[in-house]
Ligand binder design. Structure first.
Ligand SMILES: Nc1ncnc2c1ncn2[C@@H]1O[C@H](COP(=O)(O)OP(=O)(O)OP(=O)(O)O)[C@@H](O)[C@H]1O
Length: 311
């Protein structure tokens, strides 16, 4: 019996340059099976380059990558079998129909034609594109192309999913469906790595977040930790003056909103327990609170604090 290789994704000391541009300068992280890991960073921070390296489509200059224990450099076949890759645009084959694209890719993965056709129909239904099954891909809207791209990534039932901006171009209903689908796939034990700029969405989708900046991984955080960190809350009350006096009595520094946020008071709290205790005290103390909620998403809070720390 062989040794059991650890599943999921790991990257250590990964670097990659294009000429003089150092796109990836030092990425270290893991993405375990059974969870959704978010890859978060500003434009140009190296996310797409990293995903291409993980998908075995680009070689790193230095560093080590493992996908379910396999090395993309020396075992690209094993990696490609394991990985479903959704790039940020659908790309090629505009004149093929949605079904033809999925069946062709399925066959490239070694599926029998009948099995590929059945799987294609199943996935088109899953991403609500059945009615476009026989339409050429070029007539699909941007959001529909994104959904077809997701179906293409899933055709061979991969155990590792690499998704580059999967929610981009999706309407709110489709975003919710994407979130539910990814949660279900993670529940089935798959490893999911998803890059996105829409942090509020990742709050509900991801279990863990890897923050990148300037080609380096700068922080890894679980959503649980992100939710319990010092965080801004926005509070509204009918009588703002009374609310501010109550906050003063609690020794909590606060900021009054202006412009569209007039009437709103912001206060920094150390997690949900402190928030619940404060809300109870305010209400029991007779303050007429009409709204009380985090002012930013948990991941956005971390993202902004990392950006603020930058030299
Ligand atoms: N093939 C290439 N040739 C030259 N430079 C490249 C190439 N691919 C990426 N780069 C550069 O590497 C850096 C990182 O790019 P990358 O696409 O990985 O960033 P990203 O984090 O995915 O950005 P975005 O959020 O805008 O999608 C950028 O400065 C980019 O211009």
């Amino acid at each position: 019996m062989g040794t059991t290789e650890p599943g999921g994704i790991s990257a250590e000391g990964v670097q990659r340059s294009f000429g003089t541009v150092q796109a990836v300068r030092g990425m270290d992280f893991t993405a375990p099976p059974g969870s959704v890991t978010a890859l978060i960073g500003p434009n140009g921070s190296g996310k797409t380059t990293l995903l291409l390296i993980l998908a075995s489509l680009l070689a790193p200059d230095t560093g080590t990558v493992r996908i379910n224990g396999a090395d993309p450099l020396t075992q690209p076949q094993a990696v490609r079998r394991a990985v479903g890759w959704m790039p940020d645009t659908l790309g090629v084959w505009d004149s093929l129909t949605a079904t033809e694209i999925l069946v062709t890719v399925g066959k490239l993965y070694g599926m029998a034609p009948a099995a590929a056709a059945a799987r294609a129909a199943e996935l088109l239904a899953e991403v609500r594109l059945s009615e476009f099954a026989d339409q050429p891909a070029r007539v699909l809207s941007r959001g529909q192309q994104q959904r077809l791209s997701l179906a293409r990534a899933l055709i061979h039932d991969p155990s590792v999913l690499l998704l580059d901006e999967p929610a981009s171009g999706l309407d709110p209903g489709s975003r919710v469906e994407l979130r539910l689908l990814l949660r279900r796939l993670a529940g089935d034990g798959k490893t999911i790595l998803v890059s996105s700029h829409v942090l509020s969405e990742l709050d509900e989708m991801a279990d863990r977040a890897v923050f990148v900046s300037g080609g380096k991984t700068v922080k890894t955080q679980t959503l649980e930790d992100a939710g319990s960190q010092l965080r801004w809350y926005a509070i509204r009350a009918g009588r703002t003056g009374e609310l501010m006096r109550a906050l003063d009595a609690h020794g909590l520094p606060h900021q009054a909103g202006d412009g569209p946020r007039r009437g709103q008071v912001r206060v920094q709290l150390a997690g949900e327990e402190q928030a619940a205790a404060l809300l109870r005290d305010l209400v029991l103390g007779g303050v007429d609170v009409s709204a009380f909620a985090p002012a930013t998403g948990a991941l956005e809070e971390t993202y902004m604090s990392l950006e603020a720390e930058k030299p």
